[in-house]
Design a protein around this ligand. Structure first.
Ligand code: BGP
Length: 461
């Protein structure tokens, strides 16, 4: 075999509560911002479809886990729905939620699939959003209490915890670029939200250490390597700033416990530096992650700003650089994302060289495709060779990084079965398993069997 992986490499998929569970108004769950946003602005959602049913995992988890087992997966990342466990985000626990997550975790373990559990995947309980969401220090403390409850309830069986998935996305979506609730566009408030997410992660890690449980805790970041258009000083400086704003802003505090000095300078210049108490700063410094999940979909192509922004316009990150399209780039046109497989190697190399070779894994990577039905063959399965190629090409670079000593421990595809997406509902399908939304039937795609074989061989040609 050409591409052999270490024994015990984690093979599996990732998913999130909102996107899979459904039962949004059942089982005692309280509303989160997605339920609320849909109620007030259904037309903001693709095809007007909400997440209320999603892929029905709440009811079909048993069969889904059995299928994961059949496909040979040894790990699966799920998220806990905060407002399912605490309907108002704080206070009284919902016993039906405890029961549900217990059943899911036990079923996974029984199937020989290690549960990786993430605490926050974009789903702020509505009652806490009304108290300011991540802008509020009080909400940070409610989050820490929620995290602590999860460790106490499930930590005897869960040994891989994650505080947040892509915490920069709620900052971008909710406070800068208007694609998540509460649709604010304000750099200073965005920075406050980012800072509180980082602080909440450190405080949750502290709470985890206090339990004396022996598992690992980390964070999942979407890293987007920033490539300058040219090696000119100006282009490189622009790419460097984009890297600081979109990657190092979360990566440095999570792994190193510090903020890049240039970031602090920039925030001061923009009068956007949040109040960082000495005690909180110390917590961030002390409680860094054991493990890093890397979500990788696309790179950032950056060039120097050609037209200076209106000096009176409120500051936005794009005042510091422009994007450009690399000629001849490979695209996933369904999602409008560039496909650049080597990016995953560049990320892993950067972690090895500059972040103490922290233990990490590819926690998301995947290919959303519209209209996959047209690839269905006569015996009923979707012939998604494009997905097989996509995974294989990325895995070749992961393998190359391993050969050079990267501490990468696994690969999770986004996602197990087709699910509801934040901005596109069911337009793009990502799963190893197709879902027929009319009757919630699952059918394994060609890639699902290909991956099964890869796991059996622990590698591929
Ligand atoms: C990541 C999220 C996932 C998932 C994925 C695919 O950013 O962590 O929740 O949705 O992207 O993106 P999309 O569904 O927007 O195509």
């Amino acid at each position: 075999k050409k591409y052999d992986f270490p024994t015990d490499f984690w093979w599996g998929t990732a998913a999130s509560a909102t996107q899979t569970e459904g039962a949004a108004y059942e089982g005692g769950k309280g509303p989160n911002i997605w339920d609320h946003w849909y109620e007030v602005e259904p037309n903001r959602f693709f095809d007007g479809v909400s997440a209320s049913v999603a892929s029905d995992f709440y009811y079909q988890y048993k069969q889904d886990i059995a299928l994961m087992k059949e496909l040979g997966h040894n790990s699966f990342r799920l998220s806990i729905s905060w407002s399912r466990l605490f309907p108002t985000g704080e206070g009284t626990i919902n016993p039906e939620a405890v029961d549900f997550y217990n059943r899911v975790i036990d079923a996974l373990i029984e199937a020989g699939i290690e549960p990786f559990v993430n605490l926050y995947h974009f789903d702020m309980p509505l009652a806490l959003q009304e108290k300011g969401g991540w802008e509020s220090r009080e909400v940070v403390m409610h989050y820490v209490a929620y995290a602590k409850t999860c460790f106490e309830l499930f930590g005897d069986r869960v040994g891989k915890w994650f505080t947040h998935n892509e915490p920069i996305v709620p900052v971008e979506g909710g406070y800068l670029y208007d694609f998540h609730y509460p649709n604010v566009v304000d750099f200073k408030r965005a920075v406050q939200v980012a800072y509180h997410s980082i602080l909440s992660s450190a405080l949750a890690i502290e709470a985890y250490r206090d339990t004396r449980q022996t598992g690992k805790i980390g964070i999942i970041l979407n890293l987007t390597p920033s490539y300058p258009r040219s090696q000119n000083e100006a282009d490189r400086q622009a790419a460097y700033l984009a890297d600081i704003l979109f990657n190092r802003s979360f990566l440095d505090p999570s792994v190193l416990g510090t903020f890049p000095a240039e970031l602090i300078e920039l925030l001061k210049e923009q009068d956007a530096l949040p109040a960082m108490g000495e005690t909180d700063r110390k917590k961030i410094e002390t409680y860094t992650v054991d493990i890093l999940g890397i979500n990788y979909y696309q790179p950032r192509r950056i060039k120097v700003k050609e037209h200076l922004p209106n000096p009176k316009a409120p500051f936005m990150p794009e005042h510091l650089f422009d994007y450009y399209e690399m000629p001849g780039r490979k695209m996933n046109r369904h999602r409008g994302w560039e496909i650049y497989e080597k990016g995953v190697y560049d990320i892993l190399t950067n972690l090895r060289e500059n972040y103490g070779n922290i233990e990490c894994f590819i926690s998301e990577n995947g290919m959303g495709v519209e209209g996959e039905e047209r690839y269905r063959d006569t015996d009923g399965s979707i012939q998604d060779d494009y997905r097989i190629d996509f995974i294989a090409e990325h895995l070749k670079w992961v393998h190359h990084a391993l050969e050079e000593g990267s501490n990468v421990k696994g690969y999770h595809l986004w996602t197990f079965m087709d699910n509801w997406s934040w901005s596109n509902a069911y337009k793009n399908r990502y799963g190893f398993v197709g879902v027929d939304l009319t009757n919630q039937t699952r059918t394994v795609k060609k890639s699902g069997y290909w991956f099964k074989h890869l796991i059996e061989e622990n590698g591929f040609e």
